[in-house]
Design a protein around this ligand. Structure first.
Ligand code: GUN
Length: 283
């Protein structure tokens, strides 16, 4: 069994992105990401700080817009339209969740598709499903990157995704299909889950339930990717996979923490560079 180390792959990828940013700066382009946070959710604050730190690390300029909890949809949409129109801003993201009075769908639909570094806009989701994506959903793109760096062949393999969220499960299925895997997406209504997961050469779990995946659900020698981030009874970070039970049966597996987690921000940086390149017609 081999661990797929997200921190190491992040380092490797950050080095590439740092070089890409440097070459854009030589051409007079300063990649810039605008991050919007509404309210004071502590987890969101940590995520936003980490995104700003990652920008600094690779040389991307970051702008933070911290809006009060009671912000209205119209106020937020006004800010987004202003950032859409600002040529010096290449990427825009609004940290989720937003407070309940805000129309989340309107927010995601208003961010210009060219600047939508989360890849949440319907146009970008549509392009992804047609194999024409330029910006990629960050977490699934991070998983693909990990499989590639770890030398896992995807083409022709049986891939099973557990979870069908708009942010991870669905686009993960699409991206694995795009790489010519045979893909099954399972969810809460799936019958006899383990009979399906046992066929997986590549098993991706993105549900948010500790110990959902146990060794009796995994084929000997499978590659297991754990996207879950949960806290167990003792308050310790854990994934969806019962790691100690499953790991001995895998050829490769991602740990939690230190697996997929670091890759989401990494691919956000990559999208910001792609957006800056595209907006300036640089190949
Ligand atoms: N909240 C949790 N994950 C994400 C993400 O990937 N992007 C944004 N904008 N908000 C999130």
């Amino acid at each position: 069994m081999e661990l797929i180390n997200g921190k190491e792959i992040q380092e490797l990828t950050f080095k590439e992105i740092t070089n890409d940013v440097a070459s854009l700066r030589e051409k007079g382009v300063e990649p810039c990401l605008a991050v919007i946070i509404v309210g004071s959710d502590p987890a969101s604050r940590v995520y936003v700080n980490n995104k700003k730190k990652a920008c600094e690390r690779v040389g991307i300029k970051s702008l933070e817009y911290a809006l009060p909890e009671e912000t209205t949809t119209d106020e937020l949409l006004d800010l987004i339209r202003k950032l859409n129109a600002d040529d010096s801003v290449n990427g825009i993201l609004c940290q989720l969740p937003v407070p309940k009075q805000i129309n989340k769908q309107a927010v995601l639909d208003t961010i210009s598709p060219e600047k939508d570094v989360d890849c949440f806009h319907p146009v970008n989701v549509g392009k992804l499903s047609l194999g024409r994506a330029e910006l990629l959903p960050c977490t699934p793109a991070g998983v693909i990157r990990m499989l590639d760096v770890a030398g896992v062949e995807i083409e022709g393999k049986r891939a099973v995704v557990i979870g069908r969220s708009d942010i991870v499960g669905k686009p993960m299925g699409i991206m694995l299909m795009e790489r010519n895997a045979t893909v099954t997406v399972c969810h809460s209504k799936t019958r006899d889950l383990s009979s399906i997961t046992k066929q997986a050469d590549i098993l991706v779990c993105t549900v948010g339930k500790p110990k959902l995946v146990t060794s009796d659900m995994v084929k000997e020698g499978a590659v297991v990717i754990d996207v879950g981030i949960n806290r167990n009874g003792e308050g310790k970070l854990c994934g969806d996979v019962d790691f100690d039970d499953v790991a001995p049966h895998c050829s490769k597996i991602t740990p939690v923490p230190g697996g997929v987690g670091p890759m989401t921000i990494t691919m956000l940086m990559k999208n910001t560079v792609t957006a800056a390149r595209n907006q300036n017609n640089i190949k």
